[in-house]
Ligand binder design. Structure first.
Ligand SMILES: [Zn+2]
Length: 427
């Protein structure tokens, strides 16, 4: 099945008491088939107690897409050719969003809508229309109440998850784009940034504020002149709003669009491949609160791992890792991709690289010895909890290869096949 039993492998497996903290046993060479049996048995036992094969898999820090491909260099090239403006609308959807959509359609422009969970719940049809018309959706938390969001990370994370679920329920989209209410400056500490990044969220601030929320009812002509007075660059992310009180933003929009068109900008939506604009950390926060805890981070990481990986049908490519003269094949259902990150079963990877895996079931630790590098993971880091290791141990490919002192030299994606060439990194 998933486990590769390869003959001629130099394989040593220390199997720490599969049924509890039993004595250490050591298996060599041909005992690989016993390992396979043990692996299959534990997988089958687990399969009987969970609805879907991928549900509990994957956790730990994500490797961002821009680490796989240097998108920023690509972006710079594009921006040099044609400057790009990303219009963003926060706090909707609302009745005003319909007017915004009509203007965008007329102008042939796409934009990004950072939505509040509670408004998505109230205006599901409008949220669906945003997606249907080709615009991007981002998460802007559930209710936008600063005091709650910035008093503890668990409160912030809860709102992010509730909004994520609401957007998915209504539109079928799982978005990793996120904008902090009020922006990150003075609101985020490094802990907020780190936890969200680990969970795979991409936090987007802006570099042109239209000023449409400076106070209630900022007149359209003031919004337009604020935009026109802003310093521009090759990549502009404009902050606007489409909540019910933002009729003036709607009035200003055609002129804002015309301004950027005249300056030769192209319009685009934010995606995971667009390097986000982020404010620098404020020297002092506006809020007093405890530090983000590992547990709070883990809760969010497990949430995204759970909600984004149970889609094996999306993966249509098989994966082949070329290591020296060896090929390590993974069937489409045996590995996962998420925003540029590739997750693979550790056992299959380690065995393919002629390594050793050791499961310490008593302490909930898995250790792999590959390329003379010993690397270990706690249960929580591989999708389990406490001392309970999951039946399939899934790890992030690039990060794991780095820890084994392997580097990726080439990645190709062709019809039906994703291939990665790796070799010892020059350390
Ligand atoms: Zn907002």
């Amino acid at each position: 099945m998933r486990l590769l039993v390869r003959t001629g492998l130099c394989l040593v497996v220390l199997w720490f008491g599969l049924l509890g903290a039993g004595p250490v046993t050591e298996e060599r060479g041909e005992a690989a088939s016993e390992l396979a049996q043990a692996g299959l048995a534990s997988e089958m036992a687990a399969a009987a107690t969970r609805p879907a094969a991928y549900q509990e898999e994957g956790a730990g820090s994500l490797i961002r897409a821009d680490q796989l491909v240097d998108y920023s260099a690509e972006e710079a090239k594009t921006a040099a050719v044609k400057p790009t403006v990303y219009l963003t609308f926060d706090d909707g959807p609302s009745g005003k969003t319909k007017d915004v959509l009509a203007i965008l359609k007329r102008e042939g422009v796409k934009a990004t809508f950072f939505m509040l969970g509670k408004e998505v719940k109230q205006y599901p049809d409008i949220a669906r229309q945003v997606v249907k018309e080709g615009h991007a959706i981002g998460n802007h938390t559930y209710d936008h109440v600063y005091k709650e969001l910035y008093s503890s990370f668990s409160a912030f994370a809860k709102q992010v998850m509730d909004t994520d679920d609401e957007i998915y329920k209504v539109t079928g989209v799982r978005t990793n784009l996120l904008r902090a209410p009020g922006g990150t400056f003075g609101n985020f500490d490094q802990g907020y940034y780190d936890a969200l990044a680990k969970a795979g969220y991409i936090v987007n601030d802006w570099n042109v504020d239209s000023g449409d929320s400076a106070r209630v009812g900022v007149p359209a002509k003031e919004i337009v002149s604020t935009v026109k007075g802003s310093r521009l660059s090759g990549k502009v992310v404009v902050l606007m709003h489409d909540s019910s009180i933002h009729g003036e933003s709607v009035k200003a929009l055609p002129e804002v669009i015309g301004y950027f068109k005249n300056k030769g900008y192209q319009f685009a939506v934010l995606t995971e491949q667009v390097k986000p604009i982020q404010f620098r950390l404020a020297p002092t926060l506006k809020w007093k609160r405890p530090k983000v805890t590992a547990q709070e981070t883990q809760t969010l990481v497990q949430y995204t791992a759970r909600t984004r990986t149970n889609l094996p049908e999306l993966n249509t490519h098989s994966l082949i890792i070329h290591a020296g003269g060896d090929e390590i094949p993974f069937a489409p259902q045996d590995y996962k991709t998420l925003s540029g990150t590739i997750d693979v079963p550790l056992r299959q990877l380690a065995i393919g690289l002629h390594g050793i895996i050791r499961l310490d079931m008593a302490n909930g630790v898995v250790e792999a010895m590959v390329n003379n590098q010993s690397v270990s993971w706690t249960a929580a880091e591989v999708g389990g909890s406490g001392t309970s290791l999951p039946s399939r141990i899934i790890v992030h490919l690039r990060e794991t290869l780095q820890r084994f002192h392997f580097g990726i030299s080439r990645i190709t994606v062709t019809e039906g096949k994703r291939e990665i060439w790796i070799g010892p990194s020059s350390l």
